[in-house]
Design a protein around this ligand. Structure first.
Ligand SMILES: [Zn+2]
Length: 398
């Protein structure tokens, strides 16, 4: 029994040691757990993020590695959070929201600035256009002024032409230097419509007498004067030599004097353009010498048809001659009994051409014998009997 008691005490001692060791182990374990929790809490306090992560790692034996891992995880989490924030809707983050608003404001401000600039630009363009309009208006006004000026110039020119015409008419009646006589020859064609206008009324008649002068010329002039009539005389050079006083009287009385050549012989006067113009020039020279009038009025013997062909006309034009035919033939050379008067009156009434009334007569006793009847008719019927002048476009056979 003594051996079994020793054994029991030995067992009790072993149990006490085992129990003590166990308690010590438990205490140590508790300490570690407690320490671990405390550490984690501290870490969690430092960074609010994910305390669960720490709990998960609590059981890890290596505190340092645990801590490092925790820190790494935390860093990862933090990183993820930031990334998430960036991808998340901006409204969630007030900071981000503010920035967005700022950006928008900035954007708006920029747009506003842009609009302002555009408005400024448009204003400038408007101003530019206004200036252009003003410029156009000024130009328009300028043009108006110029037009007005031109109008006045034209009017002045017309006055000048009128004055010139009157002067040349005067010159025809009196006398003038040949140099000044030339220009009016070119003007007649311009003045044609102006001069023709009165003829259309049918109240102007141009009496013409060929083949003179003659012994009866002075009586014809006397009669014309009585009826306040002016006429035109186309005279032959030899007859003018015989009656120079008549030529002078014609000019003095205000009639027009022209030439009819020299020979009145078809074979001579129309032998060539040169002979035609030569005869005319000889007669013109006589008038010039006798009256000082430089005339350009000519009438071809027997009329311009058929003898005065283009070469004849060209030659006459070179000398600025004005060739007159007629449109009322009295045939007074044939109707010696005075019947020509009624013929002329009838032709005058029936006249429907748009040209001046040009009556052909001759300086003959039988013409003079019945002339008064014709002059009376014209006067009583309101006709003005006028002499042709060099400003008129001549009536010619067509
Ligand atoms: Zn004749």
């Amino acid at each position: 029994m003594k051996g079994s008691g020793k054994k029991r005490r030995k067992l009790n001692r072993l149990g006490k040691i085992t129990l003590g060791s166990f308690i010590l182990f438990c205490m140590v374990l508790t300490y570690f757990i407690w320490d671990g929790i405390a550490e984690k809490n501290a870490a969690a306090r430092k960074n609010i993020l994910m305390p669960t992560k720490i709990v998960e790692n609590v059981n890890a034996k290596d505190r340092q590695s645990d801590s490092i891992e925790g820190k790494t995880n935390m860093a990862k989490e933090k990183n993820q959070d930031e990334q998430g924030l960036e991808s998340d809707e901006q409204i969630i983050d007030p900071k981000k929201n503010d920035q967005t608003t700022n950006d928008e404001n900035k954007k708006h401000e920029q747009e506003l600035e842009k609009h302002k600039q555009e408005i400024e630009k448009q204003k400038q363009e408007l101003e530019k256009r206004k200036q252009e309009i003003r410029k156009h208006e000024e130009e328009l006004n300028k043009q108006k002024e110029e037009t007005e000026k031109h109008k006045q110039e034209i009017e002045q020119h017309q006055k000048d032409v009128k004055q010139h015409n009157e002067n040349s008419k005067k010159d025809q009646q009196q006398s003038e230097q040949p140099a000044n006589e030339k220009p009016p020859v070119k003007t007649p064609k311009k003045e044609q419509p102006k001069e023709k206008a009165p003829a259309k009324t049918g109240k102007i008649v141009y009496l013409t007498f060929d083949d003179g002068p003659h012994a009866v010329s002075m009586d014809i002039l006397k009669l014309l004067k009585k009826y306040n009539a002016k006429a035109t005389f186309f005279m032959l050079e030899p007859n003018m030599r015989n009656y120079p006083k008549a030529v002078k009287a014609m000019v003095k009385d205000g009639h027009a004097v022209g030439v009819h050549g020299v020979s009145h012989d078809v074979s001579k006067v129309y032998r060539s353009p040169a002979s035609f113009v030569g005869e005319m020039n000889k007669a013109i020279a006589f008038i010039q010498k006798t009256t000082n009038v430089q005339t350009h009025l000519i009438r071809a013997p027997y009329g311009s048809k058929p003898y005065v062909t283009a070469p004849f006309k060209a030659e006459a034009n070179k000398e600025n001659m004005i060739l007159w035919d007629w449109n009322i033939d009295s045939t007074d050379w044939k109707m010696t009994n005075g019947a020509y008067v009624n013929s002329v009156i009838q032709q005058t009434i029936q006249f429907n051409k748009k040209e001046p009334l040009i009556v052909l007569m001759h300086e003959k006793p039988t013409t003079l014998a019945h002339l008064e009847k014709l002059l009376k008719y014209y006067k009583d019927n309101g006709y003005e009997m006028k002499a042709v002048d060099e400003t008129m476009s001549p009536v010619q056979f067509k």
